[in-house]
Design a protein around this ligand. Structure first.
Ligand SMILES: Nc1ncnc2c1ncn2[C@@H]1O[C@H](COP(=O)(O)OP(=O)(O)O)[C@@H](O)[C@H]1O
Ligand SMILES: [Mg+2]
Length: 305
């Protein structure tokens, strides 16, 4: 099966500014792909090019096996976009704007489905409200509903949870999982690394218009993720046993050890602490964080093929 999205050597030049500098990637059907990177990295530009909102300078983009240079219209009927910026016509009600959106995509009116979508996004009570009267969080919910109303096979979510409340974030995460379960492909950009860690099957890291890394999230976490062992002591400890790589806190009541491949394991450190008779009160393992990995990748560590 053709990939849902295939980008080859994509370049976007804004004057002298190269927003995308030869990006190539493939997104397969049914995956949740998180595109990560600092502000200005090129994430929105890449999504814009795939959705036909940004004119590329060079390179190719195919959706569902169709090169957009050959046919830029029909593949886009299968694509939904939740844009980073809130922008919609303020003169309609919530229900009207969803009906209009269905019309844009050549779909028949379907109020039963609109009701289902409104319920899923906790917008039912706002169905007859004017969109301009909605709160920021409700506007964002409507943007998401608009991107999904024509049941696209590929959905782009560009920073969908920037500045939204915890409740909407949780609703959205659940909805993204539901979309995936139904076979929808999701491309997500986000500043919340915990969001990507929670949802993504695969992760891409982009910086200054170049893809630095493209990898299965679990493999990446295995490869570059460092678990951390934290041990608290009952009373102050003078020093750690010789040869232990951990660091003692300033008050001498806690030890931290970052697990790295090829050195000591947490188990070895713990048994050395016990063998030395140190007064261990409590032991905790902290899992690896995608955020730490991202920071290291952006500093130039751990680039993968
Ligand atoms: N319409 C535009 N005109 C000029 N420069 C732009 C335009 N849109 C984006 N850029 C520049 O392109 C770069 C990438 O921007 P963007 O894709 O929005 O990054 P991200 O979404 O990763 O924060 C930035 O340096 C930005 O200033
Ligand atoms: Mg952006």
């Amino acid at each position: 099966m053709a990939p849902v999205l295939e980008v080859v050597g994509l370049v976007k030049q804004y004057g002298s500014m190269r927003a995308l500098d030869g990006v190539s990637l493939r997104i397969e059907a049914g995956e949740i792909f998180a595109l990560l990177g600092p502000n200005g990295a090129g994430k929105t530009t890449l999504i814009g090019a795939a959705c036909g909102l940004v004119r590329k300078t060079s390179g190719t983009i195919s959706l569902f096996g169709t090169d957009l240079d050959v046919d830029s219209v029909s593949p886009r009927y299968q694509v939904g976009l939740v844009p980073q910026e809130i922008n919609f016509d303020p003169f309609f009600t919530v229900r009207e704007s969803l009906r209009i959106q269905l019309g844009y995509f050549g779909r028949p009116a379907n109020d039963a489905w609109i009701d289902e979508l409104l319920a899923a996004l906790s917008l039912t009570s706002k169905a007859s409200a004017q969109t301009r009267a909605l709160s920021g969080g409700m506007k964002r919910r409507l943007l998401i509903a608009k991107a999904l109303v024509h049941k696209p096979k590929l959905v782009f979510l560009d920073e969908p949870t920037a500045g939204v409340d915890v409740e909407l974030r949780r609703d959205l995460w659940n909805y993204v999982r539901k979309l995936k379960a139904e076979g929808t492909t999701v491309v997500l950009t986000t500043h919340y690394l915990e969001e990507a860690q929670e949802l993504a099957d695969r992760v891409g890291v982009i910086d200054k218009g170049k893809l630095l890394l493209l990898e299965e999230k679990d493999a990446l976490m295995q490869r570059l993720g460092h678990k951390q062992l934290v041990v608290r002591f009952v009373s102050k400890v003078d020093a750690l046993p010789a040869g232990i790589i951990g660091t003692l806190s300033r008050d001498h009541l806690e030890m931290q050890f970052v697990e790295r491949a090829g050195t000591q394991t947490s188990a070895q450190v713990l048994s050395a602490l016990f063998a030395a008779g140190l007064p261990v009160a409590d032991v905790a393992m902290q899992p690896a964080k995608l955020e730490d990995i991202m920071l290291r990748v952006l500093k130039g560590e751990g680039a993968a093929s």
